[in-house]
Design a protein around this ligand. Structure first.
Ligand SMILES: [Zn+2]
Length: 507
């Protein structure tokens, strides 16, 4: 699957491949580039991530590693991106600090006496703010706690700078949005990082309407370092309110609408047939009524969208599979309608065949499996035997694309390849339910040709072959013969999109 030799590209497509041993040579209108000891692959695709969220993660102010309140403040002093006049940060955790004590406004007031500061805790359930922020938001000793929240007070009854749960909103609602330029910078940083990881295209899920012009502008100016398929927010009819329709061109396409049937396993929101093993009081949450979802699907299909639905629990998947199957049976979804399920983490084995029978495609995230395996064991116990069913899906002939769900997990495809092939959880050395491991050849396919197929561009991308788009990822490693260590330490040498070099390790 890895190619060595000369790839000639013209007007964005591959026109010839001449094999030779030991190097990759890419010829295009832009010149000839030679990469010794390298291996070329079809451009890698992440078929489920969140570009803006990942950009926020890599450009934003975060305190995940900080060991004290002072360290958070020192980090914040160096940060230069403001929202209006506000300094916003996230991820502090006093449990990691020596004194284990909740911080207070006094330290923030010392470091930041004149600008409002808003730092959320690692779990998002508390905010740490300074006196300027409290003053701007009108929070005083006499402000009452909102329903479901607490304004923490000091011994003299004044707000001490810690806001819990719904009290956080008393401040958050005052913080201005990023400007267009800031959003644009965050998106650029995100896409450049993704390109440096060897990706040439991503499927961006749950896209907000206000971000679409940034991608469109980048596509028109030819500055996008990766191709982007946008799946816009749809749960509350956002695409209708925003007047959106599928559209776009070569580098950016508004492709689909994204719904949610349920939540995630970690928060016990994934919808299950039977209660959670570690909390018999709940079987998860259904986020939308089936009839409403069906009607929404019909409207979206009529306007030419691809359908994408988040489904994690076995019952969540069952509901969406049944609704999609019904659309196919009724002919509302025709042969050109693309139906995909995001995550497909828990599928009752007898329902796997519905994916193939009704051409329902799956976007999976192997890193969730190796990250969540031990948590899943607590929540699902014996249901883990049919969790993250990669090989089962492939054996049933289902079209599957792989991705990462960044920023929740790392978008590095090397980790995804390793997870698909070895299925060894983080902090473990033993494969987890290894009957679902797949071959490296299959894993690469899930990041290339099949990943394109779940966005309906597999007919022209994802294979190094004449007439296909010249999207190429060059690594220093032949993954199919590599050890686990070599896979995880492989280097990206260069990426090409439409024959244009978008990233190279050297310059
Ligand atoms: Zn996601």
């Amino acid at each position: 699957m890895a190619f060595q030799g000369t790839i000639t590209c013209e007007r964005g497509r591959i026109v010839s491949l001449i094999p030779s041993v030991g190097e990759v040579v890419i010829r295009s209108e832009a010149g000839i580039h030679t990469y010794p000891n390298a291996f070329a692959y079809p451009g890698f695709v992440d078929s489920h991530l969140h570009i803006f969220g990942y950009g926020m993660r890599i450009t934003g102010l975060s305190f995940y590693e900080a060991q004290s309140a002072e360290e958070c403040c020192e980090l914040a002093l160096q940060h230069t991106i403001f929202r209006g006049s506000w300094l916003v940060g996230m991820g502090w955790n006093q449990e990691l600090w020596k004194n284990n004590k909740m911080p207070t406004k006094e330290m923030l007031d010392y470091y930041f006496p004149s600008i409002p500061v808003f730092f959320t805790r690692v779990d998002g359930h508390a905010a740490w703010v300074n006196s300027v922020a409290l003053r701007l938001c009108g929070i005083t000793a006499s402000t009452e706690n909102p329903l479901g929240g607490i304004i923490s007070k000091d011994t003299s009854g004044n707000p001490n700078g810690i806001l819990i749960d719904t009290a956080i909103e008393l401040v958050r609602s005052f913080i201005p949005d990023f400007t267009y330029e800031q959003k644009s910078d965050i998106i650029s940083a995100s896409m450049n990082s993704l390109s440096s990881l060897g990706l040439t295209e991503v499927h961006d899920l749950d896209v907000y309407n206000d971000l679409l012009p940034i991608f469109r502008d980048g596509a028109e100016r030819g500055t996008l370092p990766i191709r982007v398929q946008s799946y816009v927010q749809a749960q509350n009819d956002e695409w209708i309110h925003n007047g959106l329709l599928p559209a776009g061109g070569e580098l950016h396409r508004i492709s689909g609408v994204k719904y949610y049937i349920d939540g995630a396993i970690g928060s016990r929101g994934a919808l299950l047939f039977e209660p959670y093993s570690d909390d018999a009081s709940t079987s998860g949450i259904q986020l939308i009524d089936e009839k409403v979802l069906h009607d929404n699907y019909v409207r979206a299909l009529e306007d030419g969208w691809q359908l994408s639905t988040h489904a994690i629990g076995d019952k969540g998947n069952s509901i969406v599979l049944e609704l999609y199957s019904q659309l196919r049976r009724e002919g509302i979804a025709d042969n050109y309608s693309l139906l995909r399920i995001e995550h497909a983490q828990n599928v009752i084995p007898s329902e796997i065949e519905l994916f193939h029978k009704y051409d329902i495609r799956a976007a999976i995230q192997p890193i969730h499996c190796i990250s969540d395996a031990f948590m899943a064991e607590q929540r699902l116990t014996n249901r883990c035997s049919y969790a993250y069913p990669w090989k089962t899906l492939l054996d049933a002939g289902v079209v599957v694309g792989s991705g990462s769900d960044a920023p929740i997990e790392s978008p590095d495809p090397r980790i995804g390849l390793d997870a698909l092939v070895h299925r060894i959880p983080f902090n473990s050395t033993t494969p987890w339910y290894n009957h679902e491991c797949i071959s490296m050849k299959q894993a690469i396919d899930l990041y290339t040709s099949s990943a394109h197929s779940i966005a309906d561009v597999g007919y022209r991308r994802g294979v190094l072959q004449p007439k296909f788009d010249a999207d190429i990822s060059v690594f220093d490693t032949n993954f199919e013969s590599a050890s686990r260590n070599e896979i995880l330490n492989a280097s990206v040498v260069a990426t090409y999109v439409a024959g244009n070099k978008k990233y190279s390790k050297i310059d």
